[in-house]
Design a protein around this ligand. Sequence first.
Ligand code: MG
Length: 358
Amino acid sequence: MGLLTIGAFARAARLSAKTLRRYDEQGLLRPVQVDPFTGYRYYDPAQLEHARLVAWLRRIGMPLARIRSVCALHKADPDAAARDIRAYWARVEAETAARRDLADFLVDRLSDAAARKDRPMRRLGTPLGLRYAALSDRGLVRDTNQDSVYAGPRLLAVADGYGGGGAQAGGAAIDALRPLESASAESGDLLNLLADAVQLAHRAVRRLPDSGTTLTALLWTGSRLGLVHIGDTRAYLLRDGRIFRITHDHTVVQAMIDDGGLTEDEARSHPQRAMLLKALDGADSPAEPDLHLHDAEAGDRYLLCSDGLFTVVPESELRRVAANVADPEQAVRELVVLANEAGGPDNVGCVVADVVEL
Ligand code: MG
């Protein structure tokens, strides 16, 4: 069969000529021939499958650049193209799920009457403070405890050290943050203070050969919390009975989850689950930490923990303990018990802190 005019090709592909012109402009599907005088486009019937593939990928909302790469893969290795589409869709679903959770959260926040009528209204100007507890445990398998924890009136921190000097590395990172307990900071300075403290922590950890640490910490100003995070220790927020993870693991498996190549369930048993993409270690310059500000509300509860807890205790259990055990001291004890009942394969460190009216 000879070449088809754009009109004939459009009918055969069930697309409009306008769409085909757009695909041409976007580099998604080039006509095999363009008349140099009239500008008419001609297509090869063999391009029909390509045209349909582009149209379907557009319909699932795939971005143009990714469509180009899927089409290129499709020619060379259809299986690889199929895997890429699957990975893309898994990511869409993960993002949709995250957006759905956030939407649920916002609906609850904004439709306040029914959902929040039981919560006492805070008197305007009532000062807030933290009620806190921290606990770390060797677990049942490791010889030493390389998790470090700290909780004070303004600072909450968890560090999971590794390597020969892992325990010192985690301790040194937290020690570098400790002066923040007495530093006076308005919200505007908060993140800079934390960033500077991480530089100091890096300097301290660098002196320890073949060692490193994660660090997740919150600094309280009286109404807001500054969060600094590097590695795979985590911070969760419990608000209105729901639990939200507010840190993003800097790990190989989290990157694979983000890319749609792995599910959260698969990640838990993945052999490389402990491999960090970022940590405080001997590198010449410190890895960039994540820094965020959080507005606190009376009744909020924060949970900071190392992977020795969340790898073996499901999030639903973390939520159950965090929601039901009022006393922070008792809550950290129960969380450590849960990790050890699940085999205690790693050190466990956790901090629980409540935002309370003073
Ligand atoms: Mg650990």
